[in-house]
Design a protein around this ligand. Structure first.
Ligand code: NAP
Length: 388
């Protein structure tokens, strides 16, 4: 009797964050009995938590809180150190990260540096905090990164001019409070970018070398929900059903990458973000077609699942074209220009990016396949404009 070929892999699964997922939960902090210590340090961005009301609800509930509201997009080591100094000077006992992935990531570093001597740079790597960080409450207000349920903080290392990651199981938030009503104020462009980040994370999780049966299950669900609800929310930004399912899908994508990590798509995207200020989710999405055409060669069964989940037809004789077709169809449906030439990228640096990433073996750790500099240059070119 023949059996279908499957991946029979050994795996572990660790996700210690308590999830509270509830519409308007930001208004119920007292009845939800959320309190992780004495004085909290609230870490947030410049505006959005004031616009969606999250900051004032937090200050009503925790009147002794200290606020750091200067986190920028793609936050830097300088910002992390400034925020952590404020936390330490005020002898805060716990940290609240509220906003998109940027403030949530900075809140994790603040929590870590409160109990471990700096500088921030010395913690890029894995499990380097010696002492337990302060407890963290994470409140995401974008549907994109899932940072509220991951052990990562992605920070721009000023000295290296690169986005680098602090990975430490000790910075998993203790509680993730997910309130879809906080995402109703997201502008269309941020909704698009952040949801594409979540889609990318889930797709990458499926083809990662660290994929597990649990993460595959969650990632497929996440892809399905994003392909279903993103087109709806772009036309109906006030649709709380759509906001609910997209925040849920984003959280699933975080649970996935907490186990699987991200793959080459994310590593390539960092070049566009750092050099052309292209939002993180858009930058990733610009590499989905070229990279998943390659993934289709190495992992056709997994890519078949993605194609069918997003609503496409998989042709066993042409896996590469099948994934390209369904992604193009989806991107056109959501009006996403999927070549980087339309996002202000010039072709003159692509060769340099290819040579740079080729040297950094860490970026390939979760990615199937072998890549030469020429392959990487071809991928950059396909992302820039397929016709080139
Ligand atoms: P973000 O950089 O946190 O925020 C993007 C923009 O959205 C900001 O202008 C922000 O305004 C605004 N915004 C946030 N919530 C809003 C709301 N509810 N209404 C209106 N505007 C809102 O975006 P992000 O995409 O969520 O995070 C990206 C960062 O996360 C990147 O640095 C990426 O590398 C990192 N990341 C981390 C992980 C992880 O596991 N740790 C995973 C993936 C990505 P304000 O600045 O005023 O708040």
């Amino acid at each position: 009797m023949s059996t279908t070929k499957t991946f029979l892999i050994d795996f572990q699964y660790f996700m210690p964050t308590k999830i509270i997922f509830q519409i308007e939960s930001i208004k119920k902090l007292a009845s939800l009995a959320i309190n992780l210590g004495g004085k909290p340090c609230i870490v947030t961005g410049k505006q959005s938590s004031k616009i969606n009301g999250a900051l004032s609800y937090l200050l009503d509930r925790y009147s002794n809180a200290v606020v750091f509201d200067e986190v920028e997009e793609n936050p830097t080591t300088d910002t992390c150190e400034k925020a952590s100094q404020i936390c330490k000077d005020n002898k805060c006992d716990w940290v609240i990260g509220v906003g998109g992935g940027s403030p949530v990531d900075v809140s994790k570093v603040v929590a870590g540096l409160a109990n471990n001597d700096g500088p921030c740079e010395q913690y890029f790597g894995k499990d380097l905090f010696k002492k337990m960080p302060l407890p963290i409450l994470a409140i995401p207000t974008t549907s994109g990164t899932g940072s509220e349920v991951t052990p990562y903080a992605v920070i721009v290392n000023r000295k290296a001019n690169a986005k680098q990651t602090i990975t430490d199981f000790k910075i998993f938030p203790i509680i993730a409070l997910l309130d879809p009503s906080l995402t109703l104020t997201l502008p269309k462009n941020v909704t698009l970018s952040t949801c594409l980040d979540a889609l990318s994370q889930s797709m990458e999780g499926i083809v990662s070398k660290k994929a597990t049966p649990i993460t595959d299950y969650l990632a497929v669900k996440s892809c399905k929900l994003i392909s279903q609800w993103l087109p709806i929310v772009l036309d109906n930004p006030d649709d709380i059903n759509a906001r609910y399912w997209l925040l849920y899908a984003s959280m699933l994508s975080g649970i996935v990458i907490a186990q699987t990590g991200t793959t080459l798509v994310h590593a390539l995207g960092y070049y566009y973000t750092l050099n052309y200020r292209i939002p993180h989710g858009i930058a990733n999405a610009l590499f989905l077609i070229p990279m998943f055409k390659r993934n289709a060669k190495w992992l056709p069964e997994k890519v078949k699942t993605i194609v069918e989940t997003i609503g496409g037809i998989f042709n066993d004789n042409d896996p590469e074209q099948s994934i390209a077709n369904v992604l193009k169809y989806f991107f056109e449906k959501i009006n996403f220009p999927y070549y980087s030439v339309y996002w202000g990228v010039s072709s003159d640096k692509l060769k340099m990016f290819s040579e740079d990433i080729y040297k950094d073996k860490y970026r390939f750790r979760n990615q199937y396949g072998i890549f030469t500099v020429e392959d990487l240059y071809k991928i950059f070119n396909e992302s820039w404009n397929e016709m080139r």
